[in-house]
Design a protein around this ligand. Structure first.
Ligand SMILES: O=C(CO)[C@H](O)[C@H](O)COP(=O)(O)O
Length: 232
């Protein structure tokens, strides 16, 4: 059963104090840190890249979950690996050769994730791509900015992927908060990215703990349902 991983999005952190913010999140119980890399082309925003990831790396042992919102994902694989990235999630919309890119990411020593935008069908990843990646990210907002409204209409994609790939990490990102965690956990997501919902909370540790418990309870249900289906 895939366990909950709570991955606060550093996009909502204080960019003038990234090392302090990274440590604050791990102290509050974060499993991963989500690093939003944007190039101003794939999305209309510019954030951080390998030099900044490398600068944060010595300050935390957290797993670096790098979400590459870039138009040429193969260009940055080596730089992100050298900077200390551990998950390299590219957008399926940004590559013609996802299988080759997954190999490139694995060869660089990272895990590979694939992301789909709200308007992108799961058909683009089901099959060879899903069988080779370590994680699928179902975006629940249009990528580019924090603080947007959660798109519940993306939940059937999460459920379809969970049914097809019971052991795979399935991540959701965008608008995750106390009022959207239940629907996400029940749909089958186990990796929860939240920027505003965690960084701006009065008690981030409490939010992270509630997210984790809800996801793990839902995953128990998913695994008992799939065990019963196997017996029948
Ligand atoms: O990928 C992202 C934007 O493209 C961010 O990770 C995401 O939007 C998180 O922010 P919030 O939780 O505030 O919605």
């Amino acid at each position: 059963m895939p366990l909950a991983k709570i991955s606060p999005s550093m996009l909502s952190s204080d960019f003038a104090n990234l090392a302090v913010e990274a440590k604050r999140m791990t102290k509050n119980g974060a499993d991963w840190l989500h690093l939003d890399v944007m190039d101003g082309h794939f999305v209309p925003n510019l954030t951080l890249g390998a030099p900044i990831i490398q600068a944060i790396r010595p300050h935390t042992e957290a797993y670096f979950d790098c979400h590459m919102m870039v138009s040429n994902p193969s260009q940055w694989v080596d730089d992100i690996a050298k900077a200390g990235g551990q998950m390299y999630t590219f957008h399926i919309e940004a590559t013609q050769d996802p299988v080759g890119l997954i190999k490139q990411i694995h060869d660089a020593g990272m895990q590979a994730g694939v992301a789909i935008k709200p308007g992108t069908s799961t058909d683009t990843v089901i099959g060879a791509v899903a069988e080779q990646v370590d994680m699928i990210l179902v975006m629940t907002v249009e990528p580019g900015f924090g603080g947007q409204r959660f798109m519940a209409q993306c939940m059937p994609k999460v459920t379809q992927l969970r049914e097809l790939y019971p052991l795979l990490d399935i991540e959701v990102d965008g608008g995750l908060a106390m009022d959207t965690i239940d629907v996400s956990a029940q749909a089958g997501a186990n990796v929860i990215v939240a920027g505003t919902g965690i960084f701006k909370a009065d008690d981030p540790a409490k939010v992270i703990s509630i997210f984790r418990n809800k996801v793990n309870e839902a995953q128990e249900q998913w695994s008992s349902t799939s065990a019963k289906a196997t017996l029948n």
